[in-house]
Design a protein. Structure first.
Length: 157
């Protein structure tokens, strides 16, 4: 019989910065084609950005734990958008940095984080949630009803 698996999700604080930093490093290492040196070099700036966002209150981390062990994490960034049709408040919840530790995958960890993040945004009256998906994340987000948008991108350097 399969052992039962319970995962709890809580909002994180500045004290979780080390975990979030490690997860960001692992995430980039798994999904990016950039080299390890470039990834490592970008981590301090990312950590400072995260710290500032948490302190200002616009970035909220979510930490998933199973029996006290960190299983995964993700962050929600509530950011301003221009006045748009269909939105009464000009902000969106941007989901980012979703990462599940390898040996906890396919056990509902990211789903639990996503559920908590959606509830958090709803409670705050945020009307839209967006994200950029990796290939790994796409089936998860589709399961929750996320759809494609028309975003395009041009790199200028
Ligand atoms: C994407 C990621 C966060 C998913 O984490 P997870 O905890 O394994 O996800 P869940 O167990 O909650 O999966 C929920 C559903 O998503 C889908 N899914 C998740 N991983 C999948 C995979 N490898 N292949 C196909 N479907 C997958 C399934 O529908 C799954 O439900 P099911 O197991 O009942 O079929 C994890 O694979 C990861 O950290 N990947 C590397 C970093 C990354 O790409 N992060 C996302 C950035 S946008």
């Amino acid at each position: 019989m399969m052992e039962s698996f319970a995962v709890g999700v809580t909002t994180g604080t500045i004290h979780d910065i080390e975990t979030l930093m490690q997860h960001r490093f692992k995430l980039w290492s798994e999904v990016s084609t950039r080299g390890a040196d470039e990834i490592l070099a970008r981590i301090p700036a990312y950590t400072e950005w995260l710290r500032a966002g948490i302190e200002k209150g616009c970035v909220t981390p979510f930490i998933a734990r199973s029996q006290g062990t960190v299983a995964g994490s993700g962050c929600v960034w509530i950011r301003d958008v221009e006045p748009k049709l269909g939105l009464s408040r000009f902000e969106e919840g941007y989901l980012m940095a979703m990462y599940t530790e390898q040996h906890f995958r396919r056990q509902g960890v990211a789903s639990a984080i996503l559920q908590a993040a959606i509830a958090y945004l709803r409670e705050r009256g945020v009307e839209r949630m967006t994200l950029h998906s990796s290939d790994f994340g796409r089936p998860l987000y589709e399961k929750f009803g996320f759809g494609d948008t028309t975003e395009m991108r041009l790199n200028l350097k």
